[in-house]
Design a protein around this ligand. Structure first.
Ligand code: NAP
Ligand code: GCO
Length: 261
């Protein structure tokens, strides 16, 4: 009998920060594969608007209001979600921020905020959902890394530190939790057109042509480019994939840059 490796029917997926951007696109893809979608945001208006957008796509997503850095709030909400929806099978640690400030000008408090949301948040979330996954016999954790998990560039030291750390947290939790049949992997998007990168894509911004020149696919990615990768890492198709970062970057990491003609 044909095995449906990518079918997520009966699975519950929590995607953090999925009221728009990459998170929402991934959540919609997981829903189309059959998963029940749960998401969170920090701002109630955004949760409400997002639920309406999901509903317009025929997706009965449940939105919850909590900050991924607030351990108590996370624990309370995972308990609430477990009671109201069920044990979480798939966690996508997507919530994240960036601050583009030269290191010499960056306050330590600003640095700490980026680390807190982009690195400590995924740790808090993973610790909170793992016990349920263990009880259920397994699960999938997908951390949203970055080109900055591998490369640096001016003004993003805090973000690169967090995303580099997130790569290693992914590998380490994969080692610790494989015995519980929990696969922990990452997705490393390239440069994707979302609100987070909007400042870099403003009309005439030099970064636009720079990134196109550094991307063999010669285009910005779209949130939809991440739909297949997230369904793969959330499904049975990746049951023997552990501690892997799947880069979805149009070839950036493979490319030294356009050679002069
Ligand atoms: P985005 O448009 O800025 O969306 C980020 C989402 O995370 C928003 O929903 C935001 O909600 C939420 N969030 C931020 N801090 C939170 C917190 N403390 N608790 C709960 N939710 C929080 O970003 P994006 O471009 O979609 O990126 C999503 C993820 O992909 C991030 O981890 C980012 O680092 C990563 N990434 C992005 C790119 C890219 O080129 N866009 C490439 C590689 C990786 P609020 O409205 O409350 O802030
Ligand atoms: C930046 C961008 C990048 C992307 C992404 C690349 O300022 O360099 O925001 O960091 O968000 O992380 O993978």
């Amino acid at each position: 009998m044909e095995k449906d490796l990518f079918n997520l029917n009966g699975k519950i997926a929590l995607v953090t920060g999925a009221s728009y951007g990459i998170g929402m696109a991934m959540a919609k893809a997981l829903a189309r594969a059959g998963a029940t979608i749960v998401f969170n945001d920090r701002i109630s208006e955004k949760v409400k608007t997002a639920m309406e957008e999901y509903a317009a796509d025929g997706i009965n997503a449940r939105g919850y209001l909590f900050d991924v850095t607030d351990e108590k709030e996370v624990s309370l909400h995972i308990e609430k979600i477990t009671k109201e929806v069920g044990i979480i099978d798939i966690l996508v640690n997507n919530a994240g921020i960036i601050k583009r400030i030269p290191a010499l000008e960056m306050d330590v408090a600003e640095y700490r905020q980026v680390i807190d949301i982009d690195l400590t948040g995924p740790f808090i979330m993973s610790k909170a959902v793992a016990p349920g996954m263990i009880k259920k016999g397994g699960g999938k954790i997908i951390n949203i890394c970055s080109m900055m998990s591998e490369l640096g560039r001016e003004t993003v030291s805090a973000y690169a530190s967090a995303k580099g750390g997130l790569k290693m947290l992914t590998k380490n939790l994969a080692c610790e939790w494989a015995e519980f049949n929990i696969q922990v992997n990452g997705i490393g998007p390239g440069y994707i057109a979302t609100p987070q990168t909007a400042p870099l894509r403003e009309e005439g911004h030099p970064f636009n042509s720079f990134i196109i020149g550094r991307t063999p696919a010669a285009r910005w990615g779209t949130p939809e480019d991440l739909e297949g990768p997230v369904v793969f890492l959330a499904s049975k198709a990746s049951d023997f994939v552990n501690g892997h970062i799947l880069y979805v970057d149009g070839g950036i990491l493979a490319y030294i840059g356009k050679q002069p003609k």
